[in-house]
Design a protein around this ligand. Structure first.
Ligand code: HEM
Length: 515
């Protein structure tokens, strides 16, 4: 009897657990459905193209050959500077009105990155670009001094040395060349030396396993962003691109890990032997990489594990190499396409350097006022990060009484904003004087945001401007650029980074001989 009673009791409690689990599942589904319904109703109040069930507006993207910037242009032409789209189950609001950007980007609350940034996590972890909340705040505070002018100043030698190699390679080519390939290797050498303090010599050996791994990771990741069917992790990692990506990450992560470990050991042994680390064997001031700065800051203020430091270094490597490569490539194209601009640049360089061949200093770079306007105008037309996005945890009211609902992603299209005729008269014209102080004063401060703005702006902006201006000056002082055909312009594709898929083709000749 007793046994039967106990058995019945067990059966009853199992039944209870099952019923409870079922009720919880039903409640969770109902809550999810209600939340989704709320999101759908709120999204329906925002204008936008008709969306199909399940796939949403993916067909529009298909019709634009999965080129996101082209699709955004079409949607903007049809629906204006605020519209909504659905990418499968993911809701997006696309903004390009400066007033709306100010509301979003200046907020200290809406700082979470959009859902799709999750695809970057296997590569860069939750470093500064992808983290949010308290983690992001603490890290941003820790990393900001790393980009101090004193640190950037010592990178001038790296920019100059690598710029020289690149210019020699450009001049050695006696025919039309794809400058993008050479520039990519140069910016890779620069970021390795400045971020990690290591020389990978990509310009001298583009076949090294590390250089190949960077290339493979960038290309396979780019393929994923262009192919919606590769979005689910399970499909991507089973595909050729996914396998290439994984293999490349193993090489990249191993390299960063080894560099960090060796730096820690070096510091430890210096400490044990009480050797001051500011000088090298010849008593010269030793250059400190961004990694050294992180390790210094970590010793005095934080307690980060090597894996934490690694995600930040990997983030610098990801953000700090392809972005500048794209920008410098389009920069040289714009200079080649506008001979009057090229002449003014050459005049400015002559004013600063005369006939001397001396390397540029950071003061010279500061004096390059016209070059600065040329770089800014290039980023207006060709922003290296053409789109960036946030995820909304709370509703946000923007202009016109519209509300971006919690649960939606918000995308900012820098590419589209730079070509908006209401903000930029004759937008296709390349005119660096748009960035004269008196002209900037007539525009809304959020009408130009290639480095984003507000608390989550680009931490590497000053580094990037120094690198771009010094590399531009190096090229203009030694080379004359021209287009391979009168109406040539590179085809542009916009996803995570703005790309010229067939490269940027230019003719390069020595300046003195060409003058
Ligand atoms: C032309 C060059 C560059 C452009 C146009 C650019 C643009 C941007 C943009 C638009 C963002 C915001 C992205 C977003 O919200 O998703 C960003 C963030 C960031 N950039 Fe850059 N970037 C450039 C170069 C660099 C360089 C050279 C570095 C480092 C060496 C760097 C490091 C970062 C980091 C760490 C973030 C995340 C900051 C945070 O969320 O706190 N960038 N960049």
């Amino acid at each position: 009897m007793c046994f039967e009673f106990e058995c019945g009791c067990v059966r009853t409690s199992t039944m209870d657990s099952l019923v409870l689990a079922l009720v919880l599942v039903v409640v969770a589904i109902a809550a999810h459905y209600l939340k989704r319904r709320k999101l759908i109703i709120a999204m329906d109040k925002i204008p936008g193209p008709p969306a199909y069930p399940i796939i949403g507006n993916v067909m529009d993207l298909y019709n634009a050959n999965f080129n996101m910037t082209a699709a955004v242009k079409k949607w903007t032409d049809a629906h204006g500077d605020l519209f909504r789209i659905w990418m499968g189950a993911h809701a997006f609001v696309v903004l390009s009105k400066p007033e709306d950007l100010e509301i979003l980007l200046s907020s200290t609350k809406h700082i979470e990155k959009a859902e799709m940034y999750g695809q970057l996590v296997p590569w860069i972890g939750t470093g500064l670009l992808t983290s949010t909340g308290k983690k992001w705040h603490t890290r941003r505070k820790l990393i900001t001094p790393t980009f101090h002018f004193r640190i950037l100043d010592q990178f001038m030698e790296v920019f100059n040395r690598n710029g020289n190699i690149m210019v020699q390679k450009m001049l050695a080519a006696k025919q039309t060349i794809n400058v993008h390939s050479l520039i990519t290797l140069c910016t890779l050498d620069i970021i390795c030396e400045t971020a990690m303090g290591t020389k990978v010599e990509a310009q001298n050996d583009s076949t090294s396993p590390y250089v190949k791994a960077v290339h493979n990771a960038v290309v396979s990741f780019h393929h994923r962003t262009m192919k919606p069917w590769l979005q689910p992790d399970a499909i991507f990692y089973a595909s050729t691109d996914g396998r290439t990506f994984n293999k490349a990450l193993q090489v990249l992560h191993k390299y960063t890990q080894e560099v960090i470990e060796s730096r820690r050991r070096e510091r430890e042994s210096r400490r044990k032997n009480s050797v001051h680390n500011a000088d090298d064997d010849l008593g010269m001031k030793k250059r400190e990489a961004l990694l050294d700065q992180l390790l210094d800051a970590n010793e005095s203020a934080a307690n980060l594990a090597d894996s934490d430091i690694q995600e930040e270094v990997d983030t610098f490597m990801f953000e700090g190499h392809d972005t500048t490569a794209a920008a410098i490539s389009f920069l040289l194209y714009c200079v080649a396409a506008n001979p009057d601009v090229q002449q003014k640049l050459a005049d400015e360089m002559h004013e600063i350097f005369g006939d001397s061949d001396r390397p540029a200093t950071s003061q010279d770079v500061q004096n390059m006022k016209y070059a600065e306007r040329v770089v800014k105008e290039t980023l207006r037309l060709y922003p290296s990060v053409p789109l960036f996005a946030r995820f909304m945890r709370e509703d946000l009211e923007i202009s016109g009484g519209y509300v971006i609902p919690a649960g939606a992603n918000v995308t900012i299209s820098c590419f589209q904003m730079g070509r908006n005729g209401n903000v930029w008269p004759d937008p296709e014209k390349f005119d660096p004087d748009r960035f004269l102080a008196e002209n900037i004063a007539t525009r809304h401060p959020y009408s130009y945001v290639p480095f984003s703005a507000g608390p989550r702006n680009c931490i590497g902006q000053k580094f990037a401007m120094m690198e771009m201006k010094s590399t531009l000056s190096k090229v203009v002082r030694h080379c004359k650029l021209s287009l391979p055909a009168p109406n040539y312009s590179p085809r542009v594709e916009g996803q995570v980074i703005l790309k010229a898929p067939e490269g940027v083709m230019l003719n390069v000749s020595p300046r003195a001989a060409a003058a």
